[in-house]
Design a protein around this ligand. Structure first.
Ligand code: AN7
Length: 360
């Protein structure tokens, strides 16, 4: 499959001469999850997982980065810069390498998952770690961008969200209708803003395009989840010192705060919080019951789904069609599975030791 710019050119701000920077991102798997449905007490509901970790750098950021980098190159940028909890940096570094542009990434010191840091380094970005959190990094980035004429590729860059909205198109195309509910993590709140825009645009497009009749005109309810220790939107005020094991969404003052509120209010969804324990429980469940390894932050949406279902949130819904967005790959964060009691047995290389482990 080509990347999202070629696939959805008519919905994106590109022209015939635009130099496209792509790693053939998008077209990610939408996988049915019957065990998750059963565990939520909805054995007959259809629950799907959108595996955004299957993107080229292992997260949904690639959808936005292909367009942000393409437009930066087209506009003659000198270089790009971002603040990041890790995935934006990994994606920016890869696409900048492909575009041949210098890339500077600012990361909270000691709070970025190992895989993401490795990616930023190997793709050749200039990696700066800051003694402060994401919000502090972003402040420095805005100063540096101004001072040194660099293009910011955080989700404050409007092309990021334009690219990311294409994930909603893919979901519609697979179902040939909208889901009833979409569950996802919320950090800087760019992604939920982008999905909602994508769904609304596709709805409008289909309404005027007679060949594509809309079978179910109902747009999905957007259900966004923050980590309890980093839940500014839920609290209604910035969090000075956000804390969560889900480092990707450890953000105290989200860039797209208003976008997230708009998405949840217009769609009659919610922005709510889940605890780290709930996140880790959903994270392990996805891997051990569905064979799907996502990073902890991605599991926040599934934790939200399980909570919502157990509280009877689907009681009045006829045939729910649920999509959970798994935003990043589990290998991004290789340390987390080994932090709990890992069941690994070491034996001597002989037959007697081999026999022993199968006794009992
Ligand atoms: C796996 O990389 O903010 O609500 O700097 O990496 O659109 O911010 C990452 C965010 C969810 C939240 N899941 O998305 C960054 C960064 C994963 C993420 C989010 C992020 P937004």
């Amino acid at each position: 499959m080509p990347g999202i710019i070629e696939r959805y050119r008519e919905f994106l701000p590109v022209g015939p001469k635009t130099p496209i920077v792509t790693l053939n991102e998008g077209s990610t798997p939408l996988v049915r999850a019957d065990r998750v449905a059963a565990l939520a007490g909805l054995p007959r509901a259809s629950v799907y997982l959108k595996l955004e970790g299957s993107n080229p750098t292992g997260s949904f950021k690639d959808r936005g980065m292909t367009l942000a980098m393409t437009k930066a190159l087209e506009g003659g940028a000198r270089g790009v810069i971002c603040a990041s909890t890790g995935n934006t940096a990994a994606s920016a570094a890869a696409y900048a390498a492909r575009a041949g542009l210098p890339c500077h990434v600012f990361l909270p010191d000691g709070a970025v998952a190992l895989g993401k840091l490795s990616q930023a380094v190997v793709y050749g970005a200039r990696v700066i770690t800051v003694k402060g959190n994401f919000d502090a990094c972003f402040k420095l980035v805005r100063e540096a961008a101004q001072e040194y004429s660099l293009t910011i590729v955080n989700s404050s860059n409007p092309y990021r969200l334009e690219g990311q909205k294409t994930a909603a198109f893919e979901i519609w195309e697979e179902f040939k209708r909208f889901p009833t509910h979409q569950f996802m993590p919320v950090g800087n709140a760019g992604n939920i803003t982008a999905y909602w825009r994508g769904y609304k645009e596709f709805f409008k497009f289909n309404s005027v395009n007679s060949q594509l009749a809309i079978r179910n005109s109902q747009l999905p309810m957007m259900m966004g989840y923050q980590a309890r220790g980093a839940a500014p939107i839920v609290l209604g005020k910035p969090v000075k010192n956000p804390q969560t094991i889900a480092t990707a969404i450890r953000i105290g003052n989200p860039v797209s705060w208003q976008g997230a509120l708009g998405a949840s209010e217009e769609s009659e969804g919610v922005i709510a919080a889940v605890s780290d324990a709930q996140i880790l429980s959903a994270y392990r469940l996805l891997a051990s019951k569905e064979g799907v390894f996502c990073e902890p932050s991605s599991a926040a949406g599934v934790a939200g789904f399980l909570t919502f279902a157990r509280q009877g949130g689907f009681r009045k819904i006829q045939n729910p069609r649920i999509v959970c967005i798994l935003t990043g790959h589990g290998l991004k964060d290789p340390d987390t599975p080994l932090k709990s009691k890992a069941i690994i047995t070491t034996i001597n290389a002989d037959g007697r030791s081999l026999k022993k482990i199968f006794q009992r």
